[in-house]
Design a binder for this molecule. Structure first.
Ligand code: KIV
Ligand code: ZN
Length: 518
């Protein structure tokens, strides 16, 4: 990595990320995540804290065995036992990193470690040089770095590098810093630590004030060349800097941040899903880059602009992070342009302007009642308008003989594509006779999946609503009709489903990428 603008991506999803309360992952899940991260192009994967538990130890070992390109790493406090465990867990890997840390802020040194600054310096020297016996790749972190006295931090960093650390990580452990301050810390280290050129400076920012990504980027702009982050920004408390946000910010704003990473951004969405599934932590809908709505446009003005030129409202393409297609969420803010475009996606070609107008009117009424109008709702509205416009099959008259003694018989007249046809059929009950008669006058083979009668009002003169669902080669349609005569409603509901099916047969297969997006 000789390129001076190449940023090392150090992922700590399985270590710091797992420290999110409730985010524990099984060994199998960690292995699956590691394979995805390896493919994603993560440079260093911190797989756990081996001394913490036998489970963590095993995960670090197993993860280190499956990685092909990424460097496995384990965390250790500044003592021999931790470092030995780290080495034991990682020793099967061809290359590995030991990451050792100690607190350097006055608050932590006094209350957490009960050590003087001089004793902490001694621990740094001992731990880093001990880790160096096992690997050339030693990272040292000053925990609570952003609340550490700057002159003292310079001394610790100089000593860690002298003792063998090749990466110096500056954690904003409690997410307290702001970009200008974090930038200054990195700049001061670069300007004041005499041997700083022998190590790579790294950022490790927590998100307690929502500034983790901004602070990390400020650190990079000041000269840090490694960023520690997690997928979906998971981590202790409010989490860590989100990998996907850092990588995409640098990629999208190359004009201001001319840095590169080894990340194949097209796999970001996959990595996000795999982590969310393993941890059980859902990704917030409006989460940058990987949220369900990150590439969804609902406002009519935005949808119109997007259809004219994506760049009007899109600063990066969904495809660039592995999401198939921008989704235009149809809702009350959607306009005619988006509606027409959606019809094309749903496979309606050559639909007349009259049908579009009528369906769009019904869509607006529906969208006022329903938050999201799904593709199926839109298809049903268009089908309805099409049935009205095209003269398909219409019921002209129906006579039914039912009751005891005689076979139940249906006699009917239908208009089939403009032609008047009359027929008679018997059946196992009046409804069966009706459906058979329709089949006789318009030959077709469908499976009747559902026949249901509901009374709309009370009493024997109540309107009956009949629902019928039919299926042909995997395509299903539902027809409905209401009438005080249940048998007339049955015939009309069946014809309604059949007419929809005839329209559906003419439609092209919908674009599946739409439903798979985001
Ligand atoms: O936030 C922190 O300080 C850490 C260190 C162990 C690097 O996670
Ligand atoms: Zn941390």
């Amino acid at each position: 990595m000789s390129d001076k603008n190449r940023i090392i991506i150090f992922d700590t999803t399985m270590r710091d990320g797992e420290q999110s309360p409730g985010a524990s992952m099984s060994l199998e899940e960690k292995i699956q995540i590691s394979r995805v991260f390896d493919e994603l192009g993560v440079d260093v994967i911190e797989a756990g804290f081996p001394i913490a538990s036998p489970g963590d130890f095993e995960s670090v070992t197993e993860v280190s065995k499956v990685l092909k390109k990424s460097i496995p790493c384990g965390l250790a406090r500044a003592n021999k036992k931790d470092i030995d465990a780290c080495h034991e867990a990682l020793k099967h890997a061809k290359r590995f990193r030991i990451h050792t840390f100690i607190s350097t802020s006055p608050l932590h040194m006094k209350h957490k470690l009960n050590k003087s600054p001089e004793q902490v310096l001694e621990a740094i020297k001992e731990s880093v040089s001990y880790a160096k016996k096992f690997t050339d790749d030693v990272e040292w972190s000053c925990e609570d770095g952003t609340r550490t006295d700057m002159d003292y931090m310079c001394r610790t960093v100089e000593l860690a590098i002298k003792s063998g650390a090749t990466t110096i990580n500056i954690p904003d452990t409690v997410g307290y810093s702001v970009p200008s301050e974090f930038k200054e810390i990195i700049e001061t280290l670069i300007n004041k630590v005499p041997n700083i050129d022998k190590a790579i400076l790294s950022t490790h920012c927590h998100n307690d004030l929502g500034l983790a990504v901004a602070n990390s980027l400020a650190g990079v702009m000041a000269g840090a060349r490694q960023v520690e982050c997690t997928i979906n920004g998971i981590g202790e408390r409010a989490g860590n800097a989100a990998l996907e946000e850092i990588v995409m910010a640098m990629k999208t704003r190359k004009d201001l941040m001319p840095f590169t990473t080894g990340i194949n951004t097209k796999l970001i969405s996959k990595a996000s899903k795999v982590v969310s599934n393993a941890t059980g932590f859902p990704v917030q809908y409006n989460k940058a880059i990987v949220g369900k709505n990150a590439f969804a446009h609902e406002s009519g003005i935005h949808q119109d602009g997007m259809l004219k030129n994506r760049e009007t409202y899109e600063i990066m393409t969904p495809e660039s992070v592995g999401v198939k297609k921008t989704s235009l969420v149809m809702g009350k803010h959607s306009g005619r342009h988006a509606f027409k475009d959606k019809l094309g996606d749903l496979g309606y070609v050559g639909v007349t302007d009259d049908v579009i107008e009528s369906a769009f009117g019904k869509f607006k009424i529906l969208a006022d009642k329903k938050k999201h109008v799904y593709d199926e709702d839109i298809a049903a509205l268009v089908d309805d308008s099409l049935i009205k416009e095209e003269s398909l099959i219409k019921l002209k008259s129906l006579k039914v003989i039912a009751g005891t003694g005689e076979p139940q018989t249906a006699e009917m007249t239908l208009e089939v594509f403009g032609e008047i046809k009359t027929g008679k059929e018997t059946g196992d009950g009046p409804v069966d006779a009706i459906f058979k008669c329709i089949k006789k006058l318009y030959a077709h083979e469908v499976n009747l999946q559902l026949y249901q009668v509901h009374a709309v009002t009370e009493g024997t003169d109540a309107q009956a609503t009949v629902s019928v669902r039919i299926e042909e080669k995997g395509k299903t349609t539902v027809g409905q009709a209401a009438n005080t005569d249940t048998l007339v409603a049955s015939a009309e509901a069946y014809l309604n489903a059949l007419n929809k099916l005839i329209i559906k047969r003419k439609r092209k297969a919908p674009d599946e990428s739409l439903s798979a997006s985001a």
